[in-house]
Structures are given as structure tokens and as C-alpha cells.
Design a protein around this ligand. Structure first.
Ligand SMILES: [Zn+2]
Length: 320
């Protein structure tokens, strides 16, 4: 039997663990939602426990594993397996997570940024199959990305390459990013911008068809709500969605000029906005790129589905 992969995705709400075949097929998974407030050592115990529990449940042993890949949001110093900073968990500053997990297993443990993990998963098992180079962009509360060049992840000097969410697209924007700068792509285009954009439209006198209670907490305006708005023909929701699409299109144009990849794959919760969103992203990109595309170039949407985080984490094992 081919050895199998283990993936762990440390998210802001879910801690997912999965066993995955080398072709990307999910064998089994478990999801916890109580990890966020745990101290570092408790989280390590939980990760180790989940992996061992899944192995046992599937009558497998550690020797059946090729390795363990872990994806975590934040800045990761890849070669050392250290979390430099993460906004998903409290603490964990300069925390050597890979070493702490590795102490419990003999098979190799790899730690990378969650967007890099998803990008590699997409490259191995998704729409990136057959390509040598691609860029993956995940658009949800924030914007993350991963770069694959000539069949390898490109991680840069520290491991933080591909932070396109922090590239600045609107320096005079009133919207401040989590990094402190104004007008980062993720500050103006994704989940974290939606409450501001909604308030702005209402303040301008636009009337939304969304039936929100009078005392509705506007900070709760999210992608799902705007999708409902889009479906009932609400102009406020539609304008915000198209505005986001325009900025993402500009972001992809900048990526295209910097890296000239043949493929950009889009994933993340906001892609559920569907065709009008994707059409705006593409039309903005092509309007800027005009006649500067000299070979086949494609923008497409991830088809791996909701398990992309944990399947991506598992795929990291295949990189070496
Ligand atoms: Zn930023």
C-alpha cells in the first residue's frame, strides 16, 4: 500500500486533521472547534492526540504515514518551522510549532502558511494539475496567496512570499489593514472591508433590500449576507461585490506583471459570490492587461471544496 499523508489545518475557528491518499483523496478527518484559546503546549497535545486517534480509528500506524503537513495562518519562518506571528491564536510569537509536534513522531513534520498549503494542494490535486507554475489566491476574511514556480513553492527569504493581501492598491483609502497600512488589497477587497463598505453606501443614501433589524450590528455584515442580497437583487450588496471584484482584478494584474504565471486559481469563501464576482475580477484584469498577454493565461476557481485547507496541508508532505 502507498504511504498516506496526514494534514493538519490550524484555522481561526476550526482545527482540522485528516488522513489523505497520495492522489488527494480524503480517507478520514476530524474537526475540533475548541483550540483557539488553548496554550501552545495544550494545542500540541491536541494535534498529536487527533493524529493518533485518526490513525487508530482507520487501523493504521505511524509507519503507514509518509509525513505530516501542518498549515497555519500567519507569518511562518519555513526553514525553522516557527510561527513568527499569527492572528488566529493568542500568543505563539516565535513559537517552534514544527519541532514541538515533531518530538512526538518519527515521520517528517512540515509547517507552512495556510495559503501556501492550499496553493500546493491546488497545484497537486486541483486545477493546477498539469501546470509547472501558478499562483493561488484565497479570498475570505483576509486575502492569502501561494506561489508555485517550476514545480516548487516559492517562499522567498523568510517564507513569507506571496503576501499579496498586503500589497497596496489604494494608498489614500480610509480603510486600515491588520498590518497598519492603508489601502492594502485585503483591507479594501475582502471580508474585513465589508462592514465599512456597507455603512458607506447606506450613509450615501442608498437603500438596501436586505431585511436587517433596526439594531443590527453592522460589523456582522459578511460575505454570506451580501450573497443573500445579491440573490434578491439588492443594489447595495451588488455594488460592494463588484467593488471587491474590481480590486481583486487589479491585484491579479499586479501579480501577472510581477510573476507572469500561466494560471491563477481563486479560492476562499467569497468565491461563493459566483459568476458576477468572477466576471468583474476577469474583466478588470483583462482591461488592464490589454495586449500584454502573449501566451495562454487562465483565471479559474478552485474545485477542491471545503477540505482544501487540510488536504493542502497534507500535500506539503509531497513537496520534498
Ligand atoms: Zn496589510
Amino acid at each position: 500500500m502507498d504511504k498516506i499523508l496526514c494534514g493538519v489545518d490550524i484555522g481561526g475557528t476550526k482545527l482540522s486533521t485528516a488522513l489523505v491518499k497520495q492522489d488527494g483523496t480524503l480517507i478520514d478527518k476530524c474537526i475540533d472547534c475548541d483550540h483557539v484559546d488553548k496554550a501552545e503546549c495544550e494545542l500540541i497535545d491536541q494535534i498529536v492526540y487527533n493524529i493518533k486517534k485518526l490513525l487508530k480509528k482507520n487501523s493504521l500506524q505511524e509507519t503507514d504515514l509518509l509525513g505530516i503537513g501542518i498549515g497555519c495562518a500567519g507569518h511562518i519562518r519555513f526553514r525553522d518551522g516557527v510561527i513568527i506571528t499569527t492572528s488566529n491564536l493568542k500568543g505563539y510569537k516565535d513559537y517552534p510549532l514544527r519541532e514541538a509536534v515533531q518530538a512526538n513522531f518519527r515521520v517528517p513534520v512540515i509547517l507552512d502558511n495556510d495559503a501556501n498549503a492550499q496553493a500546493y494542494g491546488e497545484f497537486k490535486f486541483g486545477n493546477g494539475k498539469g501546470y509547472e507554475s501558478m499562483v493561488f489566491l484565497t479570498i475570505s476574511t483576509g486575502i492569502g496567496a501561494g506561489i508555485i514556480i517550476n514545480n516548487r513553492m516559492y517562499r522567498g527569504m523568510t517564507g513569507t512570499a506571496g503576501e499579496f493581501g498586503h500589497t497596496i492598491v489604494e494608498p489614500e483609502s480610509p480603510l486600515t489593514c491588520t498590518c497598519g497600512n492603508r489601502g492594502c488589497l485585503m483591507a479594501v477587497a475582502c471580508g474585513m472591508a465589508l462592514p465599512h463598505l456597507y455603512r458607506q453606501k447606506i450613509a450615501k443614501g442608498m437603500i438596501s433590500k436586505l431585511d436587517l433589524p433596526k439594531d443590527f450590528d453592522m460589523s456582522k455584515i459578511d460575505g454570506k449576507l451580501l450573497k443573500q442580497g445579491l440573490d434578491i437583487g439588492d443594489t447595495v450588496s451588488k455594488e460592494i461585490i463588484l467593488e471587491s471584484g474590481r480590486y481583486v482584478g487589479i491585484g491579479i494584474y499586479n501579480i501577472f506583471q510581477a510573476l507572469n504565471p500561466p494560471l491563477v486559481v481563486l479560492g476562499g469563501g467569497l468565491m461563493s459570490w459566483g459568476d458576477p464576482y468572477l466576471a468583474m475580477i476577469k474583466s478588470t484584469f483583462y482591461a488592464y492587461a490589454r495586449d500584454m498577454i502573449f501566451d495562454p493565461f487562465k483565471i479559474t476557481v478552485s474545485t477542491i471544496g471545503p477540505d482544501v485547507g487540510v488536504i493542502g496541508a497534507a500535500s506539503l508532505v509531497l513537496e520534498t
